[in-house]
Design a protein around this ligand. Structure first.
Ligand code: G3P
Ligand code: CA
Length: 292
């Protein structure tokens, strides 16, 4: 179905959600009108500090980067923590501290156990003692720097109910008020079911689906996702234009964020495609390349 036909058929469903979602139409179409895309620090500025730690948030702030991405998972005793892999092995000293706990899955450890781990030394001695933050701690640090958050629900199939729990924490920490919903928060996941659940639970929250769904499937995703966030390797001018031609759940054109772009040439390429955001471990390099 053509994008305009989809937009027309969904308009009647949009009223309540649009009222809950006070995003500027100008922002939604910024990249399409030729302005520079947003630059998002991937797992914090993770080329310069250990990923998904508070130090990586600080590093992004020091570079003047306004948007930070992270990955949220759940401990055995139900705490939300910020970590990318489903195992603690790569980015902490879990193997050393708990030698008998292979394969060191996040969901097999309590929050207190994870809080003991060093999540910085693997990156460099200057970061010895950095911790795996809880989601609350991460939100506080992002707030402290007046930054904005692209929150990824990671491996949701491992953590039933994580969408509701994540929204509860966001609400408790003040991240679901109008200013945050208007421009400081996006929740994304590779799981369409997870993104759809977030939308159904809190229709006012901006959402993104990670991956590269076929254009023919985009109308279905446009019912609950405001963005399609895609690896730069699978992006093209035609794909970005096709996605942006559809209207999302809040009555605005779908957006596309590209990941993970760490060099100037690729940043300029995807910017030429008209992407709305560029997610990068080296956000300063991208900003310099795209002029934002
Ligand atoms: O935000 C996009 C990106 O984070 C998705 O991939 O594996 O780095 O979480 P990954
Ligand atoms: Ca991520």
């Amino acid at each position: 179905m053509h994008a305009r036909a989809v937009a027309a058929s969904t308009t009647a469903l949009l009223g309540t959600a649009a009222l809950l979602f006070p995003i500027s139409p100008a922002r939604a179409t910024a990249a399409a009108d030729g302005s520079a895309p947003l630059v998002i620090a991937h797992r914090g500025a993770s080329a310069y500090a250990p990923e998904n730690t508070l130090a990586a948030v600080d590093a992004a702030a020091e570079l003047g980067i306004r948007w930070v991405e992270n990955d949220v998972q759940r401990t055995r005793d139900g705490e939300l923590v910020v970590l990318h892999d489903d195992s603690l092995r790569r980015t902490t000293d879990a193997e050393e501290v708990f030698p008998d706990r292979a394969p060191w899955k996040v969901g097999d450890f309590t929050a207190a156990e994870i809080a003991r781990l060093d999540a910085g030394s693997w990156f460099g001695p200057a970061y010895e003692g950095a911790r795996v933050p809880t989601l609350e701690q991460f939100l506080h640090r992002v707030d402290h720097h007046h930054q904005k958050l692209l929150l990824e629900i990671k491996n949701p199939e491992l953590y039933p109910g994580i969408e509701r729990q994540t929204l509860k924490v966001l609400g408790n920490e003040g991240w679901l008020d109008r200013p945050h919903r208007a421009g400081r928060l996006i929740v994304q996941s590779f799981s369409a079911d997870s993104v759809r659940t977030v939308h159904e639970l809190k229709p006012g929250v901006k959402t993104g689906l990670l991956g590269t769904p076929p254009v023919a499937d985009v109308p279905a995703h446009a019912g609950y996702a405001d963005q399609i966030n895609t690896s730069h390797r699978s992006l093209s001018l035609a794909y970005v234009a096709s996605v942006q031609a559809f209207t999302g759940p809040h009555g605005r054109p779908l957006e596309v964020f590209a990941w993970t772009v760490d060099d100037a040439e690729t940043a300029r390429r995807v910017t030429g495609y008209g992407v709305d955001g560029v997610i990068s471990n080296r956000p300063d390099v991208v900003r310099e390349a795209v002029g934002r």
